[in-house]
Every structure is written in structure tokens, then in C-alpha cells.
Write a protein that binds this ligand. Structure first.
Ligand code: IPM
Ligand code: MN
Length: 326
């Protein structure tokens, strides 16, 4: 049975990199049917559509979603991010954002598990006396025992299956004493069930230094939504650039489709130039088929992407070179 994939090319370089991802999947012998969805900033500017309940319901019947990049500078901030991407993450309960990083020379490799449905992204807060000199804006961070624990458990399971068997909690417990306390206690309690996994704790500011100066110390990192957002851009920057950084937005309970997208954005400044590296999208496609049980195809795609001879030329040339090696 072919996998049924919802495909959102999106904006900017999104459609360019998604095309290469699908090309590589086909070359790797993966059987799939793709269902295209025209969504993102461009669609919003055409007819005001961000995401409808009907589309969301349709998605619940798919095997997975593959997204290029969404967002355009001519749409006010938040409209597409909150209305499409975050709505997807929240409504499909994609509570784990898994982001693996590997240095191109193979000298280090780690994964970040970012909580994906709570924290500062939950949208808690509001305005008082807006547009007056006395205006107030609050933006809370929502952390539930349930949400933290399921994410932390996923990270421990992942760490247990890796040779390093090491998990680091990253937070800011010295200042965010409420949320930090909940995260730290949950982490320590779950750790008792995983005596085979060694643990560590880093404050997020220190973790930024370590990621730059000594990334080898990390095996698996678990952290909250906003810290994870920031740390994973840094992770991309220290491991070959954001053009290589893949991500999986997972519903580990498989009560619906999971979503796979590169960490990078729509890069409108380079659209149409062939300068976008499709590897992040291709590696995201590999994570997708891995999650769907095609572990052999996924490892062939990862190996092809790691071959430095594939990493030269235009968007399509990189996609072709990877396709030839899978
Ligand atoms: C990411 C992106 C998104 C996020 C934006 C586009 C909403 O930066 O996937 O890392 O902040 O999660
Ligand atoms: Mn980000």
C-alpha cells in the first residue's frame, strides 16, 4: 500500500526543496501518493485562507504531512505561523519536535527533543490598554505535568536506544523557578525509571556556549518549546548550516499523522535562484519514511546525504546527486 502524504510546498523556497524531497523518496523506491495543499502566505494573500477545519479533518486520515516552508514577509507576523504551523502542531497533537544534528565531518551527532505543544507557544496572554502610553502585554508560558512528562519520556526512550545513553535537560531553572521546577522534578522522577541512561542538566545560556565550543558533550537534549526553537537554530548553525537541519513533528501515539519539515524558513531572498540546499527537506523526508516503517530507505537516504560529493551545485543538482546514490 502506498503511503498517503499531504504535501504543503508553501512559500519561497518551500516548493523547490519539497520537490527534491519527493524526487529522492521515489528514487529510494518508496511507494507514495501525494496530496498537494496550496497553503501558506501566498494563498492567504490570494483569498484569506490560512487553514480550514475541513482541511484539518482531511489530514487526520493521511499517513503523514510533508511541509517545505511557510511564511512571507508581506503577511503580518503570526498569521501563518500561529494559524497554520502552530495550529497543525497543536490540533494534531504533534507533541515532540525531534531535530537531529550531525556535523558534516562526522565528528559529532546529537538530537534535540523540543516540547511542541506548550510553553510560550501556547498563546496565553493578552493586551490591556493597547495603543495607549500605559499599555500592557503579557505572554505566559504554559507547562503541564502531562505535557512535560510525555515529552521527557520520549527523550528518555530515544536516549536509551542510542549508544551514548545520555540525556541533558536544558532549561533556566535559576530564573524560571515555577516552570523550571516542574520540568526538573518531572525529569528527575522519570529518570528513576531509566537507570541505564546517564543524565545532566544545563542552563540554556550555558548550553549555547557548549553547543558552539563542545557539541560532542551532547547525545540527546530535551527542552521546552521556546528554548528548543532557539537551540535548534544554533544546532543547525554549528553542524553544517541550517540547510542541512531536518525535523519531525511527531504524534508518537500515532492517533493521527505526524508532520515533517526542514528547520529553515522560506528564504524569500533566494527563491528561484537554485541556491537553496534541499538536504534539510530530504532528510526530513527520510525521517518521515523512517517513522512510517521504511527504515531501510531512510538509512539509504541519510547515507546519500552524508556523502559530501552530493553537496555541490544547485537545488536540483543536489537532489539529483542524492537520488543517484540511494
Ligand atoms: C521552527 C520555526 C517556527 C517555530 C515558526 C515559523 C513558527 O521557527 O519550526 O523552528 O518557531 O517553531
Ligand atoms: Mn525556529
Amino acid at each position: 500500500m502506498p503511503h498517503v502524504l499531504g504535501v504543503i510546498g508553501g512559500d519561497g523556497i518551500g516548493p523547490e526543496v519539497v520537490a527534491e524531497g519527493l524526487k529522492v523518496l521515489a528514487a529510494a523506491g518508496v511507494q507514495f501518493d501525494s496530496v498537494p495543499y496550496d497553503l501558506g502566505g501566498a494563498r492567504y494573500l490570494q483569498d484569506g485562507t490560512v487553514l480550514t477545519d475541513e482541511i484539518l479533518d482531511e489530514w487526520r486520515g493521511l499517513d503523514a504531512l510533508f511541509v517545505g516552508a511557510v511564511g512571507t514577509p508581506d503577511v503580518p507576523p503570526g498569521v501563518i505561523e500561529r494559524g497554520l504551523l502552530l495550529r497543525m502542531r497543536f490540533e494534531l497533537d504533534l507533541y515532540v519536535n525531534r531535530r537531529p544534528f550531525r556535523d558534516p565531518d562526522g565528528s559529532f551527532e546529537f538530537e534535540v527533543i523540543r516540547e511542541n505543544t506548550e510553553g510560550a507557544y501556547a498563546g496565553e496572554g493578552g493586551f490591556l490598554r493597547r495603543h495607549t502610553p500605559a499599555e500592557v502585554a503579557t505572554q505566559g508560558s504554559v507547562n503541564t505535568r502531562f505535557g512535560v512528562e510525555r515529552c521527557v519520556r520520549y527523550a528518555f526512550e530515544l536516549a536509551r536506544g542510542r549508544p551514548g545513553r545520555h540525556l541533558t535537560l536544558v532549561h533556566k531553572t535559576n530564573v524560571l523557578t515555577f516552570a523550571g521546577d516542574l520540568w526538573e522534578r518531572t525529569f528527575n522522577e522519570v529518570a528513576e525509571e531509566y537507570p541505564d541512561v546517564a543524565t545532566a542538566y544545563n542552563h540554556v545560556d550555558a548550553a549555547c556556549i557548549y553547543l558552539v565550543e563542545d557539541p560532542k558533550r551532547y547525545d540527546v537534549i530535551v527542552t521546552d518549546n521556546l528554548f528548543g526553537d532557539i537551540l535548534t537554530d544554533l544546532g543547525g548553525a554549528v553542524s553544517g548550516g541550517i540547510g542541512l537541519a531536518a525535523s519531525a513533528n511527531l504524534n508518537p501515539d500515532r492517533t493521527g499523522p505526524s508532520m515533517f519539515e526542514p528547520v529553515h524558513g522560506s528564504a524569500p531572498d533566494i527563491v528561484g535562484t537554485g541556491r537553496a540546499n534541499p538536504t534539510a527537506a530530504i532528510l526530513s523526508a527520510a525521517m518521515m519514511v523512517d517513522f512510517l516503517g521504511e527504515t531501510d530507505a531512510a538509512s539509504r537516504i541519510r547515507a546519500a546525504c552524508a556523502d559530501p560529493t552530493t553537496q555541490v551545485g544547485t537545488t536540483a543538482q543536489i537532489g539529483d546527486a542524492i537520488s543517484e546514490r540511494v
